[in-house]
Structure formats: structure tokens, C-alpha cells
Design a binder for this molecule. Structure first.
Ligand code: PBG
Ligand code: ZN
Length: 323
């Protein structure tokens, strides 16, 4: 008889044979920065998550710096929205100023800039709109301008999340032409049109004003197409690729891990976070246990880097479990 239980007999034995370990260095924490002063607004659908104005970032940045995680993913919430998302590529926009502020005070913290128009457009779509359609090629120059503007502000990594075709090549060329040859791109390559983003759209004020995102984000049913999206972004020059959401797409993460050798990023999105928080608040699950199990599952499936709203808690728990 195979006695599997021999290696499970006690904590020391289990620890020694454990196949997957988490490390704070592979975690990234998303933050929302709003135009204005003295703002620290709780996001109702995301307990413990806030929108901060730049002057209130000191409420959270020291904790991020001390946690041992690698950095943050920044989303800006401008005061002014228009059809072309002008604030997205304004060198003095809220996101650019926030990036400058963070890099000035915490030069070692990696700042990843999400590049997409939906927080900046009055219609809430990720690209330019004409006659109810989301334009692809016409959107690319705006994404390029936004990327260059954020790189100029000091962003360490550019992360396009818009799902327009050809944007990685266009952004790579724009960054290079403007002297940012060393700024890496994380491509949101396999980004699915998911119901799991709805709390985020409260947090970032980015819900589409009409229709949905299904003409540009992927159909949740399509695993093979996800691999084609990833292959294409790699060919266009992505330095890292992403699968998003994470938990309902672990098969895609695993397939991507087996096929590609670039760093693979998983985004444990807002809806995944809020479901855990809600059940924990009701006393129906043990939050710490569930979070650690979820993050371990995402890593076991093949992710190298995990973007998660649990990052700060998880970093503490990981450190405690190592003792
Ligand atoms: C913007 C963007 C979204 C998320 C990250 N960047 C929302 C969307 O595409 O509607 C979702 C993140 C989350 O749910 O945590 N394009
Ligand atoms: Zn968007």
C-alpha cells in the first residue's frame, strides 16, 4: 500500500515536502487615486479598499513599502471625463501626478501603470466610440500617448488593459521612439469579458455607459483563443503576459505556463476579492485560510506574479507562516 499519510504526519514534514510557496515579492497591490483633496472614500463593494486623493496616499504607502510586496498597480480617477479620454494622456493628469508623487517618496516601489481609456471617457468604454461601435485603430494613438505620458511621469511598467488589437506593438514603438526603451510592458493578454469586474467599476467609476465590453474583451468560453492572444502579444513585444480574472481561469494559466516562458501574471480581480470578503463578514468562511488557499492555487496553476487586493494581508500571513 502507498502510505501517502507518512509525509503528512506533522507540520514540519508537510512544510518540507510542500510544492508551492508564496512570497510577498510576487504580489502587486492595486490602488485607486482620485482627483481632489483630503479624499479617502471607502469603496462599498470592496471592503478595506479606498479611493485616495494624492495628499492622502501617505495613509497607505508606508504600509505597502513595509509589506515586502513588489509594488502597486495604479488606477486614476479624473475629475473630468470626455469622449476622447483627454485626462488619460495629460502630463498633469491625476494619474501622472500620483505616479510622480509615489516615485519621489518611494523610489524602490515598482509602479505599474494601467493603460486604458475607460476611467477617462464619458461613455466608459476602453476605446474611442463612433456610432455605438468601439474603434480599434483610431484608439491606438491615444493609448500610445497615455503610455508615454505615464512613462515620463516615472512609471516603471506599462500595463495596457484595453484589449484593442495591435496595441502592444504600437505602445512598444511609441515608448522606444520617446526614449523609454527600457520600460517593460505587461500585456493584459487574455482578459475575459467577466462579471467579476463589477466591484472594480464602482471603485474606478468606469462602467460602460451603454452596451458591454464583449466586442473587445474575450468570451469566457474560449481557452484556445486565450493562447493565441498571448502568443500575439509576445510577438508584438510584451515582456510579461497576463490572464484575468484568475480563479475561474486557472486552466488558462496552466496552459499558458506550459506553452510560454515569459513571466506570467494573474489578476485576482475585484469580484473574486469581494466574494471572499462578503462571505468572511457573514462568518461563513475563514478569510485568511481562503485567501491563502486561493493565492496558492493561482501560483500552483502557473502564475509567477499575482495582482490582488489581498496583497497587504497576504504578505503578513505569508511572513507569519514562514516562522
Ligand atoms: C480597465 C480595467 C478593468 C479592470 C482592470 N482594468 C475593468 C474592466 O475591464 O471593466 C478590472 C479589475 C478588477 O476587477 O479588479 N480596463
Ligand atoms: Zn478599460
Amino acid at each position: 500500500m502507498q502510505r501517502f499519510r507518512r509525509l503528512r504526519a506533522n507540520a514540519a514534514m508537510r512544510r518540507m515536502v510542500r510544492e508551492t510557496r508564496l512570497d510577498p515579492a510576487e504580489l502587486i497591490y492595486p490602488i485607486f487615486v482620485a482627483e481632489g483633496e483630503n479624499i479617502k472614500n471607502p469603496v462599498d463593494s470592496m471592503p478595506t479598499v479606498f479611493q485616495y486623493s494624492i495628499d492622502r496616499l501617505p495613509d497607505i504607502l508606508p504600509q505597502i513599502a513595509d509589506s515586502g510586496i513588489s509594488g502597486l498597480l495604479i488606477f486614476g480617477i479624473p475629475a473630468h471625463k470626455d469622449a476622447r479620454g483627454s485626462e488619460a494622456y495629460n502630463d498633469n493628469g491625476v494619474t501622472q501626478r500620483a505616479v510622480r508623487y509615489i516615485k519621489e517618496h518611494y523610489p524602490d516601489m515598482l509602479v505599474i501603470a494601467d493603460v486604458c481609456l475607460c476611467e477617462y471617457t464619458d461613455h466608459g468604454h476602453c476605446g474611442l466610440v463612433c456610432g455605438g461601435r468601439i474603434l480599434n485603430d483610431e484608439t491606438l494613438p491615444l493609448l500610445c500617448a497615455m503610455s508615454v505620458s505615464l512613462a515620463r511621469a516615472g512609471a516603471d511598467i506599462i500595463a495596457p488593459s484595453d484589449m484593442m488589437d495591435g496595441r502592444v506593438a504600437a505602445i512598444r514603438q511609441a515608448l522606444d521612439e520617446n526614449g523609454f526603451i527600457d520600460t517593460p510592458i505587461i500585456a493584459y493578454s487574455a482578459k475575459f469579458a467577466s462579471g467579476y469586474y463589477s466591484p472594480f467599476r464602482d471603485a474606478a467609476h468606469s462602467a460602460p455607459g451603454f452596451g458591454d465590453r464583449k466586442t473587445y474583451q474575450m468570451d469566457p468560453a474560449n481557452g484556445r483563443e486565450a493562447l493565441r492572444e498571448i502568443a500575439d502579444d509576445i510577438a508584438e513585444g510584451a515582456d510579461m503576459v497576463m490572464v484575468k480574472p484568475a480563479l475561474a481561469y486557472l486552466d488558462v494559466l496552466r496552459a499558458a505556463r506550459e506553452r510560454f516562458d515569459l513571466p506570467l501574471v494573474a489578476y485576482n480581480v475585484s469580484g473574486e476579492f469581494s466574494m471572499v470578503k462578503a462571505a468572511a463578514q457573514l462568518g461563513w468562511i475563514d478569510e485568511r485560510r481562503i485567501v491563502m488557499e486561493n493565492l496558492t492555487a493561482i501560483k500552483r496553476a502557473g502564475a509567477d506574479i499575482i495582482i490582488t487586493y489581498h496583497a497587504l494581508d497576504a504578505a503578513e500571513w505569508i511572513k507569519e507562516e514562514r516562522l
